[in-house]
Design a protein around this ligand. Sequence first.
Ligand SMILES: Cc1cc2nc3c(=O)[nH]c(=O)nc-3n(C[C@H](O)[C@H](O)[C@H](O)COP(=O)(O)OP(=O)(O)OC[C@H]3O[C@@H](n4cnc5c(N)ncnc54)[C@H](O)[C@@H]3O)c2cc1C
Length: 576
Amino acid sequence: MPDAVDQFDVAIIGGGPAGSTCGTLLKKYYPRLKVLILERERFPRDHVGESQLPLIGQVLHEMGCWDAVERAGFPIKIGATYRWGSTTNLWDFEFVPNGILHPEPRPAKYAGQRKSTAFQVDRAIYDKILLDHAEGGGCQVRQETAVRRVNREGDRVQSLVLDDGSEVTARYYVDASGHTGILRRAMGVDVQSPTSLQNIAVWDYWQNAEWAVSIGVGGTRVQVLSQGYGWIWFIPLGPERTSIGLIVPAEYYKQTGKRPGDLYREALQNDPIVSRLIQNASPEGKLTTTKDWSFLADRLAGENWFLAGESAGFADPILAAGMTLAHVGARDVAYCILAMERRDYEPEWLRSWYDEGHRQKIGQHIRFADFWYTANGCFTDLQAVTRDIARDAGFEMSVDEAWQWLGTGGFVDADVVGAGLGGYSLRAVKDISGNFLQSGARYEAAGKNVFELDMEGAEKAWGAKLENGRITRHRCYRRNGRIIPNTGLYGLLIKATNPRATGQEIWTRLAAVAAEARMSPGELQHFLNDAFDAIEAMITDGWIRAFYDPSLPTLQAPDALGESVVHLNRDQVTTA
Ligand SMILES: Cc1cc2nc3c(=O)[nH]c(=O)nc-3n(C[C@H](O)[C@H](O)[C@H](O)COP(=O)(O)OP(=O)(O)OC[C@H]3O[C@@H](n4cnc5c(N)ncnc54)[C@H](O)[C@@H]3O)c2cc1C
């Protein structure tokens, strides 16, 4: 039995997207680091979680493997078609304006319209591309090597014991072991499940299912189809292979007394869209069942360890956000370790920045997922569950209360990425909630024209910008758990509205900034739309008070400009 102790700078448990992202970025920016990735399985191996969000493209690009992923030819996800909400009408959520993907040969570059799209990935292929890329970048990768035990002393990890009995030590440890959360458990970190949703998922892969819709070169939408008692996902992974899954509440599953396979087959056969798409297809016979209960770890970092990816938390797959959280969180962990190595900032601040920020992101996803379920009037059999969620949140489905509930925790991103919730832009959240509530998107800033800054009681804090392997801190203000950066667009708006300004004065100021930056008309339009969103987020988070003066012109909501990301389905997704 080997008894030598292997020593590394960073030991990462798990070679999924979180582990590969963290390892790749550590080596990219600090090649001297000795980084080890331990993976229990031999890749390729199947894994659920295929439908991505556009933000992942940015991380893949930074990792230097967007081109390799694009070369694999995965379908381009330009959005999703839903049967969800107050009617059984299909509606689309688009990542690209009006759902138009301009014809462009593949493989394409990470540029132009492709920055707004995402991939639908076959995880067997995708995870291997990423792990190989991490290895190519200098990480030592050991597959078929499971961590069996974590030795600890207080809040420090001392070593990892592998399945062959050998031991590995490192200066930093990263738990990227997904649902297993082996290090999280060993460190005694509890998890909370801040939701009443307790679903189970049943899925299989299918050969030769039709795509519901083909857009441009290789583009499509995933299908999310409510069944009244649960919902079906339909995710093409390539020309031949499709992932099809069913999600139902655990309680419903128990009540039916049916076996998962029977429930699954019945659901697919009874859905008019899915049954048509699979009429000439066959399942691979890999039927898998799992529970998918949202959870959030109590803390994400300790003395010499971090939790990244799903070991840190999990939000119901309805928002297809898991992979985005895994990639983004793992990138943040890599940046923290890099900053610790260079002694850029105090380790305590770095740990709390990651812990607080990433826990908030996961928590927002869980809350947004709850909203999504609660707002599904098509859930006839699920009404008791959705009522419970609504009750827990004090949510009565009125527009105001829905909005207030979604807004708890803040829309403004302290790290100046923009305004939004759970990885969705503020505009998308407004469009989606407006669609669910049949009220249309409602903007507090629309129809107002006088804006007053309210910083009373705010304290100074730090936000962070991540670029080229370095964290740059910037000043923020914090009040009642909400935070606003005093830099970038927000910094500009803080100045422009201090102490009070008309809409016209703010716009003049923004136009001057745009002129100085020599923005093109297109860039200017984006800039002004972003500014509108930022003002809206500042009003919702309480940093700005907005009034209406009848003698002045008012601000217009972006949806009045025909920019909604949500609309009734208008293409060939039919039941015919
Ligand atoms: C039903 C369902 C549907 C989902 N749908 C989506 C979706 O549509 N879109 C989306 O973005 N996300 C989705 N997700 C979430 C997504 O699967 C995860 O967020 C993602 O896989 C997390 O990546 P990760 O790297 O943290 O963990 P994983 O991908 O799980 O990787 C962890 C790796 O660690 C390895 N490992 C575990 N234990 C050990 C050990 N002791 N030693 C060594 N190695 C170990 C495992 O073998 C694995 O390869 C879904 C999840 C579920 C359950």
